[in-house]
Design a protein around this ligand. Structure first.
Ligand code: UDP
Length: 242
Protein backbone atom coordinates (compact mmCIF):
# COMPACT_ATOMS: atom_id res chain seq x y z
CA UNK A 1 0.00 0.00 0.00
CA UNK A 2 1.77 3.15 -1.20
CA UNK A 3 -0.25 5.37 1.13
CA UNK A 4 0.62 3.36 4.24
CA UNK A 5 2.36 5.31 6.95
CA UNK A 6 5.84 4.31 7.83
CA UNK A 7 6.40 6.57 10.80
CA UNK A 8 4.05 7.46 13.60
CA UNK A 9 6.06 10.23 15.23
CA UNK A 10 8.60 12.30 13.34
CA UNK A 11 11.02 15.02 14.25
CA UNK A 12 11.47 17.38 11.33
CA UNK A 13 14.53 19.64 11.28
CA UNK A 14 13.62 22.63 9.14
CA UNK A 15 16.37 25.10 8.32
CA UNK A 16 15.54 28.74 8.59
CA UNK A 17 16.36 29.01 4.91
CA UNK A 18 13.17 27.02 4.20
CA UNK A 19 11.29 30.16 5.27
CA UNK A 20 13.77 32.55 3.68
CA UNK A 21 14.25 34.20 0.33
CA UNK A 22 17.29 32.39 -1.05
CA UNK A 23 19.94 34.25 -2.95
CA UNK A 24 21.49 35.40 0.29
CA UNK A 25 18.65 37.76 1.17
CA UNK A 26 17.74 37.72 4.83
CA UNK A 27 14.23 37.59 6.20
CA UNK A 28 11.03 35.60 6.38
CA UNK A 29 9.31 35.00 3.06
CA UNK A 30 5.60 34.59 3.70
CA UNK A 31 4.98 32.71 0.45
CA UNK A 32 7.68 30.14 1.24
CA UNK A 33 6.33 29.87 4.78
CA UNK A 34 2.87 29.09 3.39
CA UNK A 35 4.22 26.39 1.08
CA UNK A 36 6.03 24.68 3.93
CA UNK A 37 3.06 25.05 6.28
CA UNK A 38 0.74 23.47 3.70
CA UNK A 39 3.03 20.44 3.53
CA UNK A 40 3.10 20.18 7.33
CA UNK A 41 -0.67 20.52 7.53
CA UNK A 42 -1.12 17.58 5.17
CA UNK A 43 1.24 15.45 7.24
CA UNK A 44 -0.61 16.25 10.46
CA UNK A 45 -3.96 15.58 8.75
CA UNK A 46 -2.80 12.02 8.17
CA UNK A 47 -2.49 11.56 11.92
CA UNK A 48 1.29 11.65 12.03
CA UNK A 49 2.71 13.16 15.19
CA UNK A 50 4.92 16.00 14.05
CA UNK A 51 7.51 17.95 16.03
CA UNK A 52 9.42 20.61 14.11
CA UNK A 53 12.78 21.99 15.20
CA UNK A 54 13.04 25.29 13.40
CA UNK A 55 16.36 26.92 12.49
CA UNK A 56 17.23 30.57 12.22
CA UNK A 57 19.81 30.83 9.46
CA UNK A 58 17.55 33.03 7.30
CA UNK A 59 17.85 35.71 9.96
CA UNK A 60 21.13 35.20 11.80
CA UNK A 61 23.80 32.55 12.23
CA UNK A 62 25.88 32.99 15.34
CA UNK A 63 29.19 31.85 13.87
CA UNK A 64 28.92 34.34 11.01
CA UNK A 65 27.65 37.21 13.11
CA UNK A 66 30.52 37.02 15.58
CA UNK A 67 33.23 36.45 12.97
CA UNK A 68 35.79 39.16 12.39
CA UNK A 69 36.73 41.48 15.24
CA UNK A 70 35.57 40.87 18.80
CA UNK A 71 32.73 43.34 18.86
CA UNK A 72 30.11 40.60 19.37
CA UNK A 73 31.12 37.66 21.54
CA UNK A 74 30.42 34.20 20.04
CA UNK A 75 28.05 33.28 22.86
CA UNK A 76 26.09 36.51 22.43
CA UNK A 77 25.76 35.90 18.70
CA UNK A 78 24.50 32.39 19.40
CA UNK A 79 21.84 33.69 21.77
CA UNK A 80 20.80 36.09 19.02
CA UNK A 81 20.57 33.11 16.66
CA UNK A 82 18.35 31.30 19.14
CA UNK A 83 16.05 34.33 19.24
CA UNK A 84 15.92 34.26 15.44
CA UNK A 85 14.51 30.73 15.59
CA UNK A 86 11.71 32.02 17.83
CA UNK A 87 10.73 34.57 15.19
CA UNK A 88 10.59 31.84 12.58
CA UNK A 89 8.60 29.66 14.96
CA UNK A 90 6.03 32.41 15.48
CA UNK A 91 5.69 32.92 11.73
CA UNK A 92 5.24 29.21 11.14
CA UNK A 93 2.76 28.92 13.99
CA UNK A 94 0.45 31.66 12.77
CA UNK A 95 0.67 30.43 9.19
CA UNK A 96 -0.39 26.94 10.28
CA UNK A 97 -3.14 28.24 12.54
CA UNK A 98 -4.50 30.36 9.68
CA UNK A 99 -4.89 27.05 7.82
CA UNK A 100 -6.84 25.63 10.74
CA UNK A 101 -4.05 23.44 12.10
CA UNK A 102 -3.57 23.22 15.84
CA UNK A 103 -0.05 24.02 16.95
CA UNK A 104 1.99 24.74 20.04
CA UNK A 105 5.19 26.71 20.06
CA UNK A 106 7.70 25.75 22.74
CA UNK A 107 10.95 27.58 23.29
CA UNK A 108 14.11 26.30 24.93
CA UNK A 109 14.90 29.92 25.80
CA UNK A 110 12.33 31.01 28.33
CA UNK A 111 9.98 33.57 26.87
CA UNK A 112 6.61 32.99 28.52
CA UNK A 113 4.79 35.83 26.82
CA UNK A 114 5.35 34.44 23.33
CA UNK A 115 5.88 30.70 23.70
CA UNK A 116 5.45 27.87 26.16
CA UNK A 117 8.69 26.78 27.77
CA UNK A 118 9.99 23.51 26.40
CA UNK A 119 8.76 20.76 28.70
CA UNK A 120 9.26 17.25 27.40
CA UNK A 121 6.15 15.66 28.88
CA UNK A 122 4.01 18.54 27.73
CA UNK A 123 5.41 18.30 24.22
CA UNK A 124 4.53 14.59 24.23
CA UNK A 125 0.97 15.37 25.32
CA UNK A 126 0.56 17.88 22.49
CA UNK A 127 1.87 15.33 20.00
CA UNK A 128 -0.59 12.73 21.24
CA UNK A 129 -3.35 15.26 20.58
CA UNK A 130 -2.07 15.65 17.01
CA UNK A 131 -0.93 19.23 17.52
CA UNK A 132 2.12 20.24 15.53
CA UNK A 133 4.75 21.09 18.11
CA UNK A 134 7.15 23.77 16.93
CA UNK A 135 10.36 23.72 18.90
CA UNK A 136 12.23 27.01 18.88
CA UNK A 137 15.24 28.35 20.75
CA UNK A 138 17.42 25.42 19.68
CA UNK A 139 18.84 23.64 22.70
CA UNK A 140 18.88 26.87 24.70
CA UNK A 141 22.67 26.70 24.76
CA UNK A 142 25.32 28.44 22.66
CA UNK A 143 28.07 26.74 20.61
CA UNK A 144 25.76 24.26 18.93
CA UNK A 145 23.16 24.62 16.19
CA UNK A 146 19.63 23.46 15.62
CA UNK A 147 20.98 20.17 14.24
CA UNK A 148 21.92 19.32 17.81
CA UNK A 149 18.50 20.46 19.01
CA UNK A 150 16.90 18.14 16.43
CA UNK A 151 18.98 15.14 17.53
CA UNK A 152 18.29 15.88 21.19
CA UNK A 153 14.54 16.39 20.84
CA UNK A 154 14.20 13.54 18.38
CA UNK A 155 15.82 11.24 20.91
CA UNK A 156 14.02 12.41 24.02
CA UNK A 157 10.62 12.57 22.33
CA UNK A 158 11.27 9.07 20.94
CA UNK A 159 10.64 10.00 17.34
CA UNK A 160 10.75 7.15 14.82
CA UNK A 161 12.91 9.19 12.47
CA UNK A 162 14.73 12.49 12.21
CA UNK A 163 13.82 14.13 8.92
CA UNK A 164 16.50 16.56 7.87
CA UNK A 165 14.98 18.84 5.25
CA UNK A 166 17.68 20.43 3.08
CA UNK A 167 18.22 22.01 -0.31
CA UNK A 168 20.00 18.93 -1.68
CA UNK A 169 18.36 15.64 -2.57
CA UNK A 170 20.27 13.56 -0.05
CA UNK A 171 23.80 12.52 0.88
CA UNK A 172 26.30 12.42 -2.02
CA UNK A 173 29.84 11.08 -2.36
CA UNK A 174 30.92 14.59 -3.42
CA UNK A 175 29.37 18.06 -3.46
CA UNK A 176 26.70 17.85 -6.20
CA UNK A 177 26.87 21.62 -6.73
CA UNK A 178 30.58 21.48 -7.56
CA UNK A 179 30.87 18.01 -9.10
CA UNK A 180 28.46 16.87 -11.81
CA UNK A 181 29.51 13.25 -11.33
CA UNK A 182 28.60 13.22 -7.63
CA UNK A 183 26.46 10.20 -6.79
CA UNK A 184 23.66 10.05 -4.29
CA UNK A 185 23.42 7.26 -1.72
CA UNK A 186 19.99 5.70 -1.25
CA UNK A 187 20.86 4.27 2.14
CA UNK A 188 23.82 4.30 4.48
CA UNK A 189 24.68 2.95 7.89
CA UNK A 190 25.96 5.23 10.64
CA UNK A 191 29.33 3.47 10.38
CA UNK A 192 29.56 4.04 6.62
CA UNK A 193 28.95 7.76 7.12
CA UNK A 194 31.90 7.86 9.52
CA UNK A 195 34.18 5.65 7.35
CA UNK A 196 33.47 7.67 4.21
CA UNK A 197 33.64 10.97 6.13
CA UNK A 198 30.32 12.12 4.71
CA UNK A 199 28.62 15.27 5.89
CA UNK A 200 25.10 14.44 7.07
CA UNK A 201 24.67 16.89 9.92
CA UNK A 202 26.81 18.45 12.66
CA UNK A 203 29.11 15.79 14.03
CA UNK A 204 27.82 16.01 17.62
CA UNK A 205 24.23 15.76 16.41
CA UNK A 206 25.11 12.81 14.18
CA UNK A 207 26.80 11.02 17.07
CA UNK A 208 23.73 11.50 19.24
CA UNK A 209 21.52 9.90 16.59
CA UNK A 210 23.97 7.04 16.14
CA UNK A 211 24.01 6.25 19.87
CA UNK A 212 20.21 6.48 20.10
CA UNK A 213 19.78 4.48 16.86
CA UNK A 214 17.55 7.27 15.60
CA UNK A 215 17.36 6.95 11.80
CA UNK A 216 18.11 10.11 9.82
CA UNK A 217 16.44 10.83 6.49
CA UNK A 218 18.10 13.61 4.50
CA UNK A 219 15.89 14.91 1.70
CA UNK A 220 15.04 17.95 -0.39
CA UNK A 221 12.00 19.77 0.99
CA UNK A 222 11.64 21.94 -2.10
CA UNK A 223 9.65 19.54 -4.27
CA UNK A 224 6.01 19.77 -3.26
CA UNK A 225 4.88 16.70 -1.36
CA UNK A 226 8.44 15.85 -0.31
CA UNK A 227 7.69 15.89 3.39
CA UNK A 228 4.68 13.61 2.90
CA UNK A 229 6.76 11.24 0.81
CA UNK A 230 9.40 11.17 3.51
CA UNK A 231 6.98 10.34 6.32
CA UNK A 232 5.27 7.62 4.35
CA UNK A 233 8.57 5.92 3.58
CA UNK A 234 8.37 6.39 -0.19
CA UNK A 235 11.79 6.48 -1.82
CA UNK A 236 13.21 9.93 -1.33
CA UNK A 237 16.56 11.28 -0.17
CA UNK A 238 19.09 9.23 1.76
CA UNK A 239 18.26 7.23 4.85
CA UNK A 240 20.91 6.55 7.50
CA UNK A 241 20.26 3.69 9.89
CA UNK A 242 22.12 1.44 12.33
N1 UDP B 1 21.87 28.33 18.07
C1 UDP B 1 22.51 28.08 19.27
N2 UDP B 1 22.15 26.97 19.99
C2 UDP B 1 21.25 26.08 19.56
C3 UDP B 1 20.63 26.30 18.32
C4 UDP B 1 20.95 27.43 17.59
O1 UDP B 1 23.35 28.85 19.70
O2 UDP B 1 20.98 25.08 20.26
C5 UDP B 1 22.17 29.56 17.33
C6 UDP B 1 23.43 29.47 16.46
O3 UDP B 1 24.06 30.73 16.49
C7 UDP B 1 22.87 29.18 15.09
C8 UDP B 1 21.60 30.01 15.10
O4 UDP B 1 21.12 29.86 16.44
O5 UDP B 1 23.74 29.62 14.07
C9 UDP B 1 20.55 29.60 14.11
O6 UDP B 1 20.40 28.20 14.08
P1 UDP B 1 20.93 27.32 12.84
O7 UDP B 1 22.21 27.89 12.34
O8 UDP B 1 20.96 25.91 13.29
O9 UDP B 1 19.79 27.57 11.81
P2 UDP B 1 19.58 26.85 10.37
O10 UDP B 1 20.91 26.75 9.71
O11 UDP B 1 19.02 25.50 10.64
O12 UDP B 1 18.62 27.74 9.69
Amino acid sequence: DPTALKYKRVLLKLSGEALGFGGGKLGINLDETKLIAAQLARVAARGIQLAVVIGGGNLLRGAQFSAGDEQIRPATADYMGMLATVMNGLALQDTLEAMGVETRLQSAVRMETVAEPYIRRRALRHLEKNRIVILAGGTGNPFVTTDTAAALRGTELQADVLLKATKVDGVYNADPVKNQYAEKFERLTFDQVIQKQLGVMDIGAFEMCRLAKLPILVFNYRQDGAIEKAVSGQPIGTVVTG
